[in-house]
Design a protein around this ligand. Structure first.
Ligand SMILES: Nc1ncnc2c1ncn2[C@@H]1O[C@H](COP(=O)(O)OP(=O)(O)O)[C@@H](O)[C@H]1O
Ligand SMILES: N[C@@H](CCC(=O)OP(=O)(O)O)C(=O)O
Length: 242
């Protein structure tokens, strides 16, 4: 959802919401898991003298999350839809009251026709309460709400069998849950503004949700019609086979 300058690209979000709205018309209901709070907060605050990285993340995300939600609110509104914010921490998924409450909230939002947008509660989740990244969060939500499908979006068409920039690399269309292809993935160093996970994390959590019998696909979130194409059964992205 960002460009090379680490700025949120509204047309990408717009395309995403447009597809969610189109699916809603077809009675296919989406839960959206979206990052963006840290980058959105950095855009507002710019440089800070806060030395501690975790503290910077708290401050940036606290500033950026309402900005992300304002963007989403406006875009969903443009498509005649309503959205809502859910900000869990990892502990909330442990069996118990928080998990039950969260599940209940999702069910009620969905029955009211409101699209839940989840992100980690970065202001309070530090160290052990942190998800590895939003791919883990998406995987846990998919399992909790018994999703029919998990689509993990990224900035590339899917998983490649080598460095994505190399001429002889090609898209892996299907991968089995027990197939070890981690060596295809290059370690891309992440800056503070970028996402935490990367492709290896996407593959691991895609396999984890496929193991729970949720068909999972890694695909390009920047393409025009990715989600609709996947729902229509077109060969898009990398499918993780159950
Ligand atoms: N074998 C591979 N196939 C596809 N992408 C790869 C591979 N190895 C490294 N990558 C990198 O992973 C990136 C995708 O992860 P990214 O979407 O940045 O993760 P995050 O959601 O954490 O921001 C791609 O842009 C690409 O540069
Ligand atoms: N929760 C954070 C981002 C978490 C994260 O890095 O997730 P991902 O984009 O999956 O690597 C945010 O909103 O900025």
């Amino acid at each position: 959802m960002t460009n090379r300058d680490n700025r949120i690209v509204r047309p990408v979000l717009d395309r995403l919401v447009k597809q969610i709205a189109e699916l809603y018309e077809r009675d296919i209901i989406t839960v959206l898991v979206s990052s963006g709070s840290v980058i959105a907060g950095m855009e507002v605050l710019g440089h800070t003298d806060i030395k501690d990285k975790a503290s910077r993340r708290q401050v940036y995300s606290a500033i950026g999350q309402p900005r992300m939600m304002r963007l989403y609110y406006n875009i969903f509104h443009d498509y005649g839809m309503k959205c809502a914010q859910v900000l869990p921490t990892k502990n909330d998924f442990d069996p118990g009251e928080h998990r039950r409450n969260m599940k209940n909230c999702y069910e009620n939002l969905l029955s009211e026709g409101v699209i839940p947008i989840a992100n980690e509660d970065d202001t309070v989740s530090l160290s052990h309460a942190m998800f590895s990244d939003n791919d883990e969060l998406a995987c846990l939500i998919a399992e909790m709400i018994d999703a029919d499908k998990l689509i993990i979006l990224t900035d590339i068409d899917g998983l490649y069998d080598g460095h994505p920039d190399a001429d002889d690399s090609s898209l892996v269309e299907e991968v089995g849950i027990n197939e070890n292809i981690n060596h295809f993935i290059s370690d891309t160093k992440k800056g503070e503004a970028q996402g935490r996970g990367g492709m290896l994390s996407k593959l691991n959590y895609a396999k984890q949700s496929a193991r729970k019998n949720i068909p999972t696909i890694i695909a390009n979130g920047k393409s025009e019609n990715t989600i609709i194409d996947i729902i229509d059964g077109k060969a898009v992205g990398t499918k993780v086979e159950i």
